[in-house]
Design a protein around this ligand. Structure first.
Ligand code: MN
Ligand code: MN
Length: 468
């Protein structure tokens, strides 16, 4: 062995995905990403993603679990929670007490939500009040076209789906921004204070109905239009969930079209790859489960987030339908032998902001799936720090299946940080590790991912379902 060969055998070096792909795999990667972009364009809210997931499941032999009294190996089922959270399972041939393989991703993304009494008139303009959802940099949201998605329940009991701004012929909405000419005071403020939360108001109208007896003429016209088009009145906003999201579509980025640029890739890039992985899984040994959750961006709270008992209850129901019963001891055995890939995105080193990452331990766009032992902030707080034994097991599966992967962490120590659903999965006594796609411009209206990494995540999830 030469010194060079010895050096190579002793050191660890990241690989680039494109260095490893065969021509055939490159073609598959490109086709896969075309499908992914279509998914992103149709799934801009958690509800829309669950609709897409159910459609993909139904087209691939999955049936609603409620329709099944018993489950046997090979069965494909799903269960939906309140339209925002889904669990899909392919029943394995092994005893379920030996555990299941779970891949969990989230389908909610940062955005602007309408308040309950949103509509008002000011300066002869009609506007809607919002409360932002998740971690946004507020300056990124004004002066960009927004689309309106969501549901409204009318007083007559009807549920109306709203989607305005996605069709080329639709109008869009926006938050106006201050002209630089008059921004002298604004520009000297801290970035956190330059745009205030209460000024993220959506412009919705300016025409008005001019009747002397009506005081709010512009608001009146908007209410009249809403009533004509949707049959709603102002009070109906109270029982609505309406989200403002970027109106543009997913696009290729770069002369070599090597990236996907789109809104909501955190975490729909992992949700889509996880979904594709479970629907292409047939006759696994261990039962394969894919769970897509809501509310990750605000702490995994609520009855559709990872902290909800939905996952627990649905898994117990699966055990019950396989075994005919599910006592606590049996369930505990299932859970204790279960393992999970928490598939969430990670930060990719950005050449414009290299200073916030520590290069030896950060992930790079184009260098494959990120395997993140821990996330968290200030001394790994709010993190699930995976066991070395489980990290070894996962990395071995990835290596055995020629997956290009890399380690990652959420920025330099004490630079900031964040969490994923991993800690809540771990609390159930499940082995879990974060495995996802590196993202540039994370949480911005236009997030960037590398096509090679997207494809590697899909292959990695397949390998996990097949080999653990
Ligand atoms: Mn995420
Ligand atoms: Mn996020």
């Amino acid at each position: 062995m030469t010194q060079k060969e010895l050096y190579k055998s002793l050191t660890y070096e990241r690989k680039n995905v494109y260095e490893k792909l065969t021509d055939e795999q490159k073609q598959e990667m490109l086709a896969f990403c075309e499908e992914y972009k279509t998914f992103l364009n149709s799934g801009k809210t958690e509800r829309e993603c669950i609709v897409m997931a159910e459609k993909m499941a139904a087209e691939n032999g999955f049936v609603n679990m409620d329709a099944k009294k018993q489950l046997k190996p090979g069965d494909r089922v799903y269960k939906i929670n309140r339209g925002k959270n889904i669990l899909l399972a392919v029943i394995g041939s092994e005893d379920i007490e030996d555990g299941v393989n779970v891949i969990g991703a989230h389908v909610d993304s940062p955005r602007l939500d309408l308040k309950q009494n949103p509509l008002y008139e000011s300066c002869d303009l009609a506007l809607l009040k919002t409360h932002y959802y998740g971690g946004i940099k507020k300056y990124q949201w004004p002066a960009t076209p927004l689309a309106m998605h969501g549901v409204i329940h009318t007083s007559s009991g009807e549920k109306i789906n709203i989607c305005i701004g996605e069709d080329e012929n639709d109008p869009v909405f926006c938050v106006t921004d201050l002209l630089p000419h008059l921004a002298k005071d604004q520009m000297t403020k801290k970035m956190t204070e330059g745009i205030e939360g209460e000024s993220l108001n959506i412009l919705v109208g300016g025409m008005g109905i001019y009747d002397d007896d009506v005081s709010e003429k512009v608001k009146f016209y908007i209410l009249k239009l809403l009533n004509e088009r949707y049959g709603i009145v102002e009070k109906d906003f109270i029982s609505a969930e309406i989200e403002l999201v970027p109106a543009f579509r997913a696009r290729d980025v770069g002369l070599d079209a090597s990236f996907v640029g789109a809104y909501g890739q955190d975490d729909r890039v992992c949700a889509f790859t996880a979904l594709k992985s479970i629907i292409t899984t047939a006759s696994p040994k261990k039962t394969a489960v894919c769970v897509l959750v809501d509310k990750e961006e605000i702490g995994s709270v609520g009855n559709t987030g990872m902290l909800s008992r939905f996952f627990d209850m649905t898994l117990a129901e699966i055990v019950h339908k396989i075994k005919g019963s599910c006592d606590l001891i049996t369930y505990n055995r299932v859970i204790s032998n279960t393992a999970c890939m928490s598939s969430d995105v990670g930060v990719a080193v950005d050449p414009n902001y290299e200073g916030v990452t520590e290069k030896r331990n950060s992930a790079y766009a184009g260098k494959g799936l990120i395997v993140m032992k821990y996330t968290g902030a200030r001394g790994k707080s709010e993190s699930s720090d995976a066991n070395a034994e489980f990290v070894y097991q996962v990395c071995k599966i990835l290596d055995d299946n020629n997956i290009v992967w890399q380690t990652g962490e959420l920025g330099k120590v004490d630079q900031g940080g964040g969490g994923t659903i991993a800690q809540y999965v771990a609390n159930m006594n499940i082995d879990v590790i974060d495995c996802g796609v590196p993202v540039l411009s994370m949480h911005s209206p236009f997030e960037i991912t590398a096509k090679g990494d997207i494809y590697m995540a899909y292959l990695a999830y397949n390998a996990f379902f097949k080999c653990r």
